[in-house]
Structures are given as structure tokens and as C-alpha cells.
Design a protein around this ligand. Structure first.
Ligand SMILES: [Zn+2]
Ligand SMILES: [Zn+2]
Length: 345
């Protein structure tokens, strides 16, 4: 099959013919219909992710058509499915408790095993897959990627966002945009922070009440003023130290910050304002992904039109254009994400 392979960090992906994936007993092999391009892929591509080595095929945001199903998988060829990026084992204590994003035996295509920047991908633990709704195009389904699922679980499964609460979103890339759209659907008042005016304008057009350009400084003070005392919930959606501190400092007492951005840098360590955590008695959440059993709730919100995910996908590209898309993450980006939908081009 044709695949895009990392041969050298920070260099164009190599388009190669590689062996077709092998179907595992509890998994499927699918023909990839679409695969999102994500900042997490960029982390691997620049060499910051411990599980991404030369020879890796990126791609963790995919949907496809089943071409082969293992004897233990409850899917059949022809089924159209969408995969969460965390493929949980279903057997460990974490999985049995329902907290499958913390599965101790989880597998993530694109991080330690071949991903979906390819014509075919193997998805083990296929009980995690969900049927692709008729009304959702493959590009939009892949665009849900890790961002919409993570945003949904961050707000509903972790911070328990309530209607009428102020929600601050730091960074309006794919995940920040998803947090905005779901926050609005849940009845929150949303305030967005970014450094790209075009992205702030885009967020305002999608229902954000207040947009703050972080280049003007004093982000936390301005959010506290605009919200009459601070946000109730704050989502850090970039993974940088200044935005993480802004996310903590913009909250009102007893606020709930959620760390969604993958921390950048080789050590991923930051200097954090713990005094804000202490003095305001914040409840700090980390979150990553969404338990796959929550797909029906999320897909229902989307297919009933309560969350319109179309603004998230900005462009559909060919596999050969993935390198340029990854390189674009080196600089501030225009709104929306790219999805690979042409695996021959
Ligand atoms: Zn497990
Ligand atoms: Zn992703």
C-alpha cells in the first residue's frame, strides 16, 4: 500500500510503498477514507514524541471502510467506521471501570504503531470503533479526530460544564474551536484567546461572546473583567507555558481548569502558577481523548444538528500534501484543520 513515512524529523514525509497491514484477532483492517492532520502529529514529526521514531507512519484521526475483520471483531467488510485515537483493551481494571482513556494496555495508531497516513490501517481492539453515521461525510468524521472527542469529554466528562457558565478557551486551533462549538451547544458563554486575528474573528462568527488577542497582554485580568470575576471553566488548548498559566489565572475561585493541550518541548515541563491553584482553590483536570462508549452521545449531538462540525475542517488535501500541512504548524495557523481524503495523490 501507499503510505507517508517519517524518515527524518522536520523533513518532508517519504511517500513509499509499504507492506499492507495485518489484521489482528480482535481488530479490523480498514481502507482509510479520511485522516485528520493534527498538532499531535506535528509533535511526532519534529521528534518531540517519545513513541515516534524514523520509519513511523503518522495518523491517528481516521475513519474508513472495513476490508477485513478478525474472528473476534464484531464488524464485517463493507462497514463504515470511525475510530477513537485511544484503542483501549476492554479488559484491564481501568477499562472495566469505564475510564477507557486511561487503559493501561491502550494502543494508538500513529504513536508506536502504523497510523493512517496510508491507504489502509490496522485497528486492533475494534470494540472501540463506532459506526459512521450516514449524514456525516468521511472528511467531517475524520475531522472529529482527537479534537471534538477530547473537547466533548473535557467539558462533559471532566469539568462538568453547566449552561450559563463562562468558559474560557486558550488557543483556537482545531481543539479550541471544538471546545467553543460544544461549549456553545451546552449553553455556556464562551470567551476565546488567540494571537491570530483571523482565528479570533472566526471564533466570534461561531458564537464566542468575547475574543481576546493575547498579544495585547494581561489575558487573565481581561477575562476576569469581562466575566465579572473570572471564568468558571478554562480550557488550555495549545500546550504552552504562557497559555497554561493564563488558563489557571483567568478563573474565578473554585474554577475548573482543564489541560487539553499536549505540553510542548522535549521535557514537557512548565513553571506553573501554583499560587493561583492554591489561593483560588482550583480543581485542575488533565484530560486526553474520550472513552469510546461515549461516541453515540457525541454523534447524536452532531447528527441532530446541535453541534455543527463543518467549520472545523478547513480543507481536504492529498497524502502528498501532508508534509506541507505538518510544516505549517511551525507558525501561527489560519482557522480550521486539514484532512487527507486523497490517498493516491
Ligand atoms: Zn484496558
Ligand atoms: Zn489529533
Amino acid at each position: 500500500m501507499r503510505a507517508a513515512v517519517i524518515r527524518e524529523f522536520n523533513a518532508p514525509l517519504s511517500l513509499e510503498t509499504v507492506p499492507d497491514p495485518i489484521c489482528e484477532a480482535d481488530g479490523v483492517v480498514m481502507k482509510v477514507l479520511a485522516c485528520g492532520i493534527c498538532r499531535s502529529d506535528w509533535h511526532g514529526w519534529v521528534g518531540e514524541h517519545p513513541k515516534v521514531k524514523p520509519g513511523a507512519i503518522p495518523g491517528h484521526e481516521y475513519c474508513g471502510e472495513v476490508v477485513e475483520a478478525g474472528p473476534l471483531a464484531r464488524w464485517k467488510p463493507g462497514d463504515r467506521v470511525i475510530a477513537p485515537f485511544i484503542l483501549s483493551c476492554g479488559e484491564c481494571p481501568e477499562c472495566r471501570s469505564g475510564q477507557t482513556t486511561t487503559c493501561r494496555a491502550q494502543r494508538v495508531p500513529g504513536f508506536g504503531e502504523p497510523g493512517a497516513y496510508a491507504e489502509y490501517v490496522s485497528a486492533p481492539h475494534a470494540h472501540n470503533l463506532a459506526r459512521l453515521p450516514e449524514s456525516l461525510t468521511p472528511a467531517l468524521a475524520a475531522g472529529l479526530g482527537c479534537r471534538v472527542t477530547t473537547a466533548f469529554h473535557a467539558l462533559t466528562g471532566r469539568a462538568a460544564l453547566q449552561a450559563g457558565e463562562w468558559l474560557a478557551v486558550h488557543g483556537t486551533g482545531g481543539i479550541g474551536l471544538s471546545v467553543l462549538l460544544i461549549g456553545r451547544a451546552l449553553g455556556a458563554r464562551v470567551i476565546v484567546v488567540d494571537i491570530v486575528p483571523e482565528r479570533l474573528a472566526h471564533a466570534l462568527s461561531l458564537g464566542a461572546e468575547v475574543a481576546i488577542d493575547a498579544r495585547d497582554g494581561d489575558v487573565a485580568a481581561r477575562i476576569i473583567e469581562a466575566t465579572g470575576g473570572g471564568a468558571h471553566v478554562s480550557v488550555e488548548a495549545l500546550g504552552s507555558e504562557p497559555t497554561t498559566n493564563g488558563s489557571l489565572e483567568c478563573l474565578r475561585p473554585l474554577g475548573r481548569p482543564v489541560q487539553v493541550g499536549l505540553p510542548t518541548g522535549h521535557t514537557a515541563k512548565m513553571q506553573i502558577n501554583m499560587n493561583a491553584v492554591y489561593m483560588k482553590q482550583l480543581a485542575v483536570y488533565g484530560t486526553r481523548g474520550m472513552p469510546s462508549w461515549r461516541y453515540p452521545s457525541l454523534l447524536d449531538l452532531i447528527t441532530r444538528g446541535l453541534v455543527d462540525v463543518r467549520p472545523i475542517v478547513a480543507r481536504q488535501v492529498a497524502l502528498s500534501a501532508a508534509s506541507a500541512e505538518l510544516a505549517a504548524f511551525n507558525a501561527p495557523m489560519p482557522p480550521g484543520v486539514a484532512v487527507i481524503t486523497d490517498f493516491a495523490g
